[in-house]
Design a protein around this ligand. Structure first.
Ligand code: NAP
Length: 262
């Protein structure tokens, strides 16, 4: 496993708290440029600056941060975004896909339009961008490079309260794993990250689930895995990996009892 030097980092869904924590974890390891592709790039840049200044330990040397307007639902916009990034900073060494939409209720009661938006935001939009970025990375000389996809344990076994969100994350997760196989003979590594409940903007107002964690912890795990050139799946916290491989095989009545309404 060759290690990765993350000189240029791109975050798709650049306003994400977890995305910012991942950048903060990498920042002390040679990051010169960070590109935040976000619906509100100005806010994303401001949030990352404050995450970097609050990071412990503080990263040495502040990277240049560029915010670019991007909406994951504008599938045709992916290629022009990548052209713009290429012109500004070259080919990224690390790309973090952090787009996500949970909503405080993702079970029964969603309208067809809400389900459609959730599936396009969590799966179709990021998958389209991921496909485009993977081609660019694979076609570029040099490397190794890393594609980090923020999936979720919610996709391992969707439950009654989150089946729209969980199934859309499961789609993205499967897409990323297949993409990883397709890239096996290239210098691009795909890392699929399955966090449990993370206290971030996405979960404000929700009761934390067991093994709840915070963006910084996810960032540290992602940072370590990326720097070591790792590919495959990591769960955060790691205990959720073996736990969910048991939970996914439980008989339905037992699973429904355990999952309850959460
Ligand atoms: N928090 C958790 O408990 C948890 C657990 C497991 C996995 N995850 C996953 O981790 C990733 C990051 O989540 P987070 O916790 O950091 O939440 P977050 O801070 O809410 O980040 C999600 C980001 O997705 C962006 N986004 C939503 N729709 C978009 C669109 N159409 N185009 C571009 N960007 C869009 C949001 O942008 P705006 O700022 O413009 O809304 C937001 O910056 C997500 O993929 C999420 O599913 C989160």
């Amino acid at each position: 496993m060759a290690s990765i030097t993350p000189r240029t980092v791109l975050v798709l869904g650049g306003g994400s708290d977890i995305g910012a924590a991942c950048v903060a974890a990498l920042a002390g390891h040679g990051v010169r440029h960070v590109v935040l592709a976000a619906r509100s790039p100005h806010d994303a840049v401001t949030a990352l600056r404050s995450a970097l200044s609050a990071a412990d330990p503080a990263p040495a040397g502040a990277p240049e941060i560029l915010g670019l307007a991007w909406d994951a639902l504008d599938v045709d916009g992916a290629e022009s975004l990548l052209d713009e990034i290429h012109e500004a900073v070259g080919v990224p060494d690390v790309v973090i896909v952090a787009v996500g939409l949970l909503g405080h209720h993702a079970g029964l009661g969603l309208t067809p339009a809400q389900v459609d938006k959730m599936v396009r935001t969590n799966f179709a939009g990021p998958a389209a961008a991921l496909a485009a970025v993977a081609e660019r990375l694979a076609d570029s000389p040099g490397g190794p490079r890393s594609l980090v996809v923020l999936s979720s344990v919610a996709g391992v076994r969707p439950r009654r309260s989150n089946f729209a969100y969980g199934s859309s994350k499961a789609g993205l997760d499967a897409f990323a794993l297949g993409l990883s196989d397709a890239l096996a003979d290239t210098s691009v590594r795909v890392l699929v990250v399955r966090p449990g409940f993370v206290r971030s903007s996405m979960t404000v107002g929700l009761d934390p689930a067991p093994f709840a964690t915070n963006p910084e912890t996810v960032g540290r795990h992602v940072g370590r895995a990326v720097l070591s050139g790792r590919s495959g799946v990591i769960s955060v916290p790691p205990i959720l990996g073996p736990l969910f491989s048991i939970l996914r095989s439980l008989p339905v009545p037992l699973w429904r009892r355990i999952a309850g309404n959460r």
